[in-house]
Design a protein around this ligand. Structure first.
Ligand SMILES: [Zn+2]
Ligand SMILES: [Zn+2]
Length: 385
């Protein structure tokens, strides 16, 4: 009997190491303006519609990338469901026409079973996928997703059923690949949605596609800026995570890391898009992220100017370009990248360095976008040692 104890212990350790002992990775973006910066993907699919993975996989993927929030948003109409009853078991019901349709809450419920253990917040949602207009919209924070599954022409009722559950609703991929002839058009149906409190945000980025028209609308119509993967395949088949690429995501600036905190922040429009090393958002949040990210390590006077070392410990690189209106007696870079997780040395040339007590460089951060084609202007201030 005594000999069996080490076997039991080693089994216990094995389970521990493979299942629970890893540290959760995090995405390094600073908290700003008194809010927690949370990372979210609010548009994902599973096998419950036309996705390729089981709902728990969406949570495991998020855990391994350091994503805080995942909304499971399968097409509520489930028109692409070709899966076998044998795979789904009791998760499928046979309707009057003999088609298979799942309980639309099940993908969330299944995902949610592992979410708490993985420290990921799962959100129940659906994609209301109607022909344009109004196109595709996600409704999240649902209590009963089944009620949103109205007959196809009754799309208004679908939105109203979601809103009765206090859902947050946003327009997906407004320039859809489904409707290339329409490019990005605002229809009267969208005015109706907006006027009836049935649209609160818009995907400014879907997958790797940024839509400047949607960005402009977000600004003009006070819609939350949203960025999602709309992932159908495993995330690692869609993004080169092993090469350091990050999935497209929405940054949410929340008072607390909870469903209520996320909901409050979304309705207050405190969001930002993050995709392909680019941030798209409101100027005050972009400015706060930049200034809370970089650390000026040293400012040393040299014979012909200054040598500055800047550290950027975050996961966001910053692409600086020289702006107009700088001190003409200072010579410095035309463009400079502050890579993520690295120190960068900047050289500034001046005729008489001894006379400077402070150096101000006016630059534009080209990859922090506050309006279409408009980077964030900032002033870098250096005090020589
Ligand atoms: Zn869609
Ligand atoms: Zn979708």
């Amino acid at each position: 009997m005594i000999r069996s104890i080490p076997i039991f212990l080693s089994f216990f350790f094995l389970v521990n190491i493979t299942g629970f002992a890893q540290n959760q990775p995090t995405i390094l973006i600073p908290d700003v303006l008194g809010y927690k910066t949370l990372t979210a993907d609010l548009h994902t699919h599973t096998v419950f519609s036309d996705g390729h993975v089981w709902p728990t996989i969406r949570i495991e993927e998020a855990w391994s990338e350091g994503i805080d929030i995942i909304a499971i948003t399968d097409h509520v109409e489930s028109t692409n469901l070709f899966r076998l009853k044998s795979v789904f078991g009791d998760d499928l019901e046979v309707d009057r026409e003999g088609g298979f349709f799942p309980d639309r809450n099940r993908p969330f419920e299944i995902a949610n079973e592992v979410a708490e253990r993985r420290n990921v917040i799962a959100v129940n949602g659906v994609e209301i996928s109607r022909t344009m207009p109004p196109g595709h919209h996600n409704a999240i924070f649902l209590t009963d997703a089944n009620k949103v599954n109205t007959p196809h022409p009754q799309w208004k009722e679908a939105f109203q059923a979601a809103r009765e559950q206090d859902a947050f609703i946003f327009w997906n991929h407004p320039a859809s690949f489904h409707y290339p002839e329409a490019t990005t058009l605002w229809w009267e149906e969208h005015t109706w949605l907006l006027d009836n409190d049935l649209m609160h945000g818009i995907e400014v980025v879907n997958g790797r596609r940024y839509n400047p028209v949607a960005h402009q609308w977000a600004m003009e119509k006070n819609l939350a800026i949203i960025a999602n993967t709309d992932v159908h395949a495993p995330i690692g088949m869609t993004y080169a995570l092993h090469e350091g690429e990050k999935r497209t995501m929405t940054l949410i600036f929340a008072k607390e890391r909870s469903i209520e905190g996320i909901r409050e922040a979304l309705f207050a429009r405190r969001t930002m898009a993050f995709y392909q090393d680019i941030l798209i958002g409101h100027r005050n949040f972009l400015d706060a992220i930049f200034h809370n990210s970089i650390v000026i390590e040293s400012v040393v006077k040299t014979d012909n100017g200054f040598q500055v070392v800047i550290n950027n410990p975050t996961d966001v690189p910053f692409n600086l370009s020289r702006a107009d209106g700088n001190d003409p007696s200072l010579t410095f870079f035309e463009m400079k990248r502050l890579p993520s997780g690295k120190q960068t040395t900047i050289r500034i040339y001046a005729e008489n360095p001894a006379t400077y007590r402070q150096i101000d460089l006016k630059v534009v951060v080209d990859n922090l976008i506050m309006a279409p084609d408009t980077g964030l202007p900032v002033t870098l201030t250096f005090i020589p040692e």
